[in-house]
Design a protein around this ligand. Structure first.
Ligand code: 5RP
Length: 228
């Protein structure tokens, strides 16, 4: 019961930060704007609101099959990243964020597309509820997308970095790969760790967003929205 109330409260905070994010970006939209759209339950709330202003921008580039379905169901045109001239804004949630706006993402397994679209965007606006704001990243297990044949090799590589790797069994990414969640990391140098993990053969991408952090972070608290 207590857990149910907690998750209801968290959903309210997710919805309020999603609505605040739309307010934050709405004045930047014009008929040529291509919007990058992330993945997850906070993004789902954002899409719900975005549908009401679909006439104010051109189209979206999506980071997952799930978000594409929701966008198209709401009448928003979705184009392929390769066909997009310029993405003005990327909007996404996160699993953890630091005040430096470095993130852990990939709880929903869409980290690779999310990182690609974030990198391709001029501005990255991240929206979280207060439970995800941390001083040191790593309490949330770091998702790593892995080519199936390299699962054991990557697991051993992560152990050498003092992580406890746990294979997310029965989960296949949109790219037909696997996810290993790296538990027990204390991330003091996110940029270095992001590169080191990317260098393990078989790793497609990891969920650290340190090299390309968010530009703006909106955090919903019970008192209101904080913007960093
Ligand atoms: C998906 C993600 C999500 O942004 C992250 O998991 C947060 O999700 P939610 O908004 O449902 O809490 O990185 O790959």
């Amino acid at each position: 019961m207590a857990l149910e109330i907690k998750s209801l409260k968290q959903n309210e905070l997710k919805r309020s930060v999603a609505e605040a994010t739309l307010e934050h970006i709405e004045h930047k939209l014009n008929k040529d704007t291509v919007l990058g759209i992330g993945t997850g339950s906070t993004v789902n709330f954002f899409i719900e609101s975005l549908i009401h202003v679909r006439h104010k921008f051109d189209c979206a580039v999506s980071s997952s099959k799930a978000s594409t379905l929701l966008l198209e169901a709401g009448g928003i045109k979705v184009i392929d990243l390769n066909a997009a001239p310029e993405i003005a804004l990327y909007v996404d949630g996160a699993d953890e964020a630091s005040l430096e706006k470095q993130l852990i993402k990939g709880g929903g397994g869409a980290l690779t597309q999310e990182k690609i679209v974030a990198q391709a965007s001029e501005e990255f606006v991240c929206m979280i509820d207060q439970s995800k704001l941390v001083t040191t990243l790593g309490a949330f297990p770091l998702p790593v997308e892995v080519i199936p044949a390299a699962r054991s090799l990557v697991g051993r590589g992560l152990k050498e970095l003092n992580a406890t790797p746990i294979w997310r069994e029965s989960f296949i990414t949109d790219n037909n790969n696997l996810i290993i969640d790296a538990h027990d990391l204390v991330i003091t140098d996110g940029k270095k760790l992001e590169s080191i993990i990317n260098d393990i053969p078989g790793v497609v991408c990891n969920g650290l967003f340190s090299l390309r952090p968010a530009d703006t972070l909106l955090v919903s608290t019970v008192e209101g929205i904080d913007t960093y």
